[in-house]
Design a binder for this molecule. Sequence first.
Ligand SMILES: [Zn+2]
Length: 80
Amino acid sequence: MKPKTHANPPAHCDLCTADLDTEFVDCKTVHGPWANLCTKCFHSNGIGLGTGLGQHWVFSHIEFKQDGSVHQRVFTKKGG
Ligand SMILES: [Zn+2]
């Protein structure tokens, strides 16, 4: 089965603005709204992983355009 990929991966954590180069969690926070968080912020602000809670995305590879420039970073869903 083809892994699910994120359509529009965020560049930075919504809370601490850390670069999200390797992984991030798209999750509901203890504050209410959803956010894209680094794993550190997820552990202190996330509620959990799973349907309606959060999804863990891990960097897979970079897709390049024909001219060699970066087309997009591809993150695949991990568990949750
Ligand atoms: Zn963070």
